[in-house]
Design a protein around this ligand. Sequence first.
Ligand SMILES: [Zn+2]
Length: 274
Amino acid sequence: MPEGHVIHRLTARLLADFGGYSLEVLSPQGRFADSAELLSGLQITGSSSWGKHIFIKFGEEPDELARWLHVHLGLYGKWRFYPLDVFGNPPAPKGEIRLRLVGREEVADLSGPTRCAVVSYDEVLDVLKRLGPDPLVNHPADRAEFIRLVRARKRAIGELVMDQSVVAGPGNIYRAECLFRVGISPFRKGSNISEKRLGLLWDDLRAGLLDGLETGFISTMLEEDLRAEDPEDVEAQRFYVYHRTGRPCLRCGSMVAEQLMQNRRLFWCPGCQR
Ligand SMILES: [Zn+2]
């Protein structure tokens, strides 16, 4: 599943490339045909993302009166972009395309989303109410809210970082890497972690996601830990613990460990994380 930075990049791209002119909206697969008709001919006039949710505003009315497209990719959803041909025609759809936006120079095809629906602004707000703060949005009170939400819970922090109602955006890679970078054991209960350490975790999640947002690529290794003489390949230098099971920790030499936590693979260093 893409993590929050990918969603923010997609949202920005949809507005930049498809916004500001009347769009043709189709559902080649047919499942979204009625809704596509509601949007076709309108302009995209805004976009916003929160965690893993994408909201695209259609029409020039105020927010409350506009139509909103709500998309959540889930585990299998994908946006794919294809250029129009030399005659300005879109390519034939490949596979089951729920939604197609036909732009001036390219098409955006959405397949396999968990959620793809035209909703009202009130429904957008309802979704946002269920989500925790997003480190990429980082409103002034969000850091304190994250600390409060975690400390109010007795569940393991490794679970809480993946719980979108506690913090929206991070997925499995940022969970493993940010907990490692701030030295918190994924098994420590939220209520047993100091405010100071949770503040550092928020800052680190934000830093990681921002870096991913900028580069479109997740690499969490800090400069000071890169070693040119490392015999491992470049891929192995992207992460500290993610997919490094059984290899020595780059900081302390302990063996990186792995187990399932809520059915997702969890990686951590028993030596560095307390
Ligand atoms: Zn270690």
